[in-house]
Design a protein around this ligand. Structure first.
Ligand SMILES: Nc1ncnc2c1ncn2[C@@H]1O[C@H](COP(=O)(O)OP(=O)(O)OP(=O)(O)O)[C@@H](O)[C@H]1O
Ligand SMILES: [Mg+2]
Length: 494
């Protein structure tokens, strides 16, 4: 299929553009110099109805670099506000992102968004650009999270360019095309609520209900009820997302309300991290000196952010009490997702009252010894398997006697499972990934990409797509971080 026909096949509908003009500013992307394709994701292309064979064509690169317009596209930057690090930040908005439009693909309806495509009226002090470094991280994280089965925005392609971009040092620009059913954030609601503009608040809420949560809107209902249901639905998705993050050791790093997806997707891959050695208080974002967004605070912050969303919806709900009741279900929703996830990670098909203590004891042990998060769970799957020595598991812990003591408890618990050991092992390998996007792997990919060597990114994308299956020749991608990685730090700079 030719590029033109394939792009024509993307049937743009642009429902966000049908909202009142105050919601966005129409503008075109600012072109970049010498755009070149770093990588494109055929799976995402298929989902949106784009023939993957066009991904390598120059026309495709130009269109998704923002250098040539997409037929049927209607680019716009959306306004939103938000709380950053617990403090009201006022008006923000797509300062470097542009919504190209919405397409109907075989996998549903998706918005396509360029990130790093130039200044907008919401750029404030920023330059509208994203550097290659942070764009590689965003691109790979999207693929990694989808591979893990965790709700996320997707990335269609990553394009590198020559434009210089000043951060701490001089870097170069890149553009990521992100894909999601919606990029609306908690902060999109806070924006109108803070202005006291209940009219536009209702427009937004009704749009989100119609577009993404039709089950919340019931005709002939009490006037405030759909908005309470909306909060409840977003709360359930957010609670589940937090449980999923926790269970793979993912840390978002900047859980500001403007980065909280109304769809419960992982949104905005900035200074995120996957845990290496387990430290429950680990802060992946160097800029977050107070540790607001440490691993163990994430579920609580999710709840705090939902409070901000509830406050924003208050003028529509009619009364505060139903919103409060919805908020009160958060902990139960989180635990209803997290506890079974933890049982599954340990291969416990049944749930017994004492399992919580067994799991807590493992967390404490891993934390005290900084045992590698990913490898600990993965290697537990092979416990007492034929031809599987204990040594690789022992190697993750400094105090092996303490590990052995816990393993005795664990074995005793496993003995009460009806499921045969082989079936348990297979189930554990399905939920405990072997490959996660460790910081040092992203760093290696970035270093190579800076020299126009995109092969490291391609290899990581291929492996992370299927993180639960051991892949021949990918042993190094499962390995613990090398010594040099201790010095890596990731900040908000992007
Ligand atoms: N280089 C930049 N130029 C213009 N605006 C920026 C830039 N970097 C960040 N911003 C804006 O600052 C605010 C907070 O930034 P944050 O890092 O959370 O978002 P982001 O990574 O740019 O985008 P997104 O949340 O869409 O992934 C947003 O309004 C964002 O658009
Ligand atoms: Mg953001």
């Amino acid at each position: 299929m030719t590029l033109a026909r394939s792009l024509d096949a993307l049937r743009f509908v642009n429902s966000f553009a049908s909202l009142p003009p105050a919601f966005y500013t129409r503008l075109t992307p600012q072109p970049v110099r010498r755009p070149r394709l770093v990588h494109a994701d055929a799976e995402t292309a298929r989902r949106i109805g784009l023939d993957p064979t066009v991904l390598q064509t120059p026309g495709f690169v130009d269109a998704f670099a923002g250098n040539t317009p997409l037929p049927g596209g209607d680019p716009l930057a959306a306004v939103y506000s938000g709380h950053q690090f617990g403090v009201w930040a006022g008006q923000l908005g797509d300062g470097r992102a542009l919504l190209l439009g919405e397409v109907a693909g075989p996998g549903g309806s998706f918005e396509l968004q360029l990130k790093g495509s130039g200044m907008t009226p919401y750029s404030r002090m920023g330059d509208g650009r994203a550097v290659l470094r942070s764009s590689v991280r965003e691109y790979l994280a999207s693929i990694a999270m989808r591979g893990l089965g965790i709700p996320t925005t997707d990335a269609l392609c990553l394009i590198a360019a020559d434009d210089p971009v000043r951060r701490e040092t001089l870097e170069t620009a890149a553009v990521v095309t992100r894909v999601a059913p919606s990029f609306v954030r908690f902060g999109s609601f806070e924006h109108w609520a803070a202005k006291g503009d209940t009219g536009n608040l209702r427009v937004l809420a009704d749009y989100v209900i119609e577009h993404d949560y039709p089950e919340c809107g019931v005709a002939g209902d009490e006037p405030g009820a759909p908005y309470v249901r909306l909060l409840h639905a977003v709360l359930r998705r957010t609670a589940r997302l937090m449980a999923q993050w926790q269970s793979v050791g993912f840390m978002h790093g900047v859980m500001n309300t403007d980065n909280m997806s109304i769809l419960g997707l992982t949104l905005d891959y900035g200074p995120y991290g996957f845990m290496d050695g387990f430290d429950a208080n680990h802060i992946c974002n160097h800029t977050d000196t107070g540790g607001r967004y440490a691993w163990n605070t994430q579920p609580m912050v999710g709840h705090w952010n939902l409070y901000r969303l509830a406050e924003a919806l208050r003028p529509l709900a009619g009364a505060a009490e139903p919103l409060r009741q919805a908020l009160d279900t958060y902990e139960a929703e989180f635990l209803a997702a997290f506890m079974p996830a933890m049982n599954a990670k340990l291969g416990l098909a049944e749930r017994l009252p004492e399992d919580g203590e067994l799991i807590d004891a493992l967390w404490q042990l891993m934390h005290a010894q900084r045992a590698d998060f990913t490898q600990t769970f993965r290697r537990l799957a092979y416990l007492d398997a034929p031809d599987s020595p204990l040594e690789p598991l022992h190697a993750l812990f400094t105090d092996t006697a303490a590990l052995d003591a816990w393993l005795e408890r664990y074995r005793a618990r496993l003995a009460r499972e009806a499921r045969p050991a082989e079936a348990r092992r297979a189930a554990m390998l399905q939920v405990n990934p072997l490959y996660v996007l460790r910081n040092h792997l992203a760093e290696e990919a970035i270093q190579a990409a800076r020299n126009d060597d995109f092969s490291v990114i391609a290899r990581l994308a291929e492996t992370l797509r299927d993180p639960y299956t051991a892949q021949e020749g990918a042993e190094d991608l499962a390995a613990l971080p090398p010594a040099w990685a201790c010095d890596l730090s990731v900040s908000c700079s992007s």
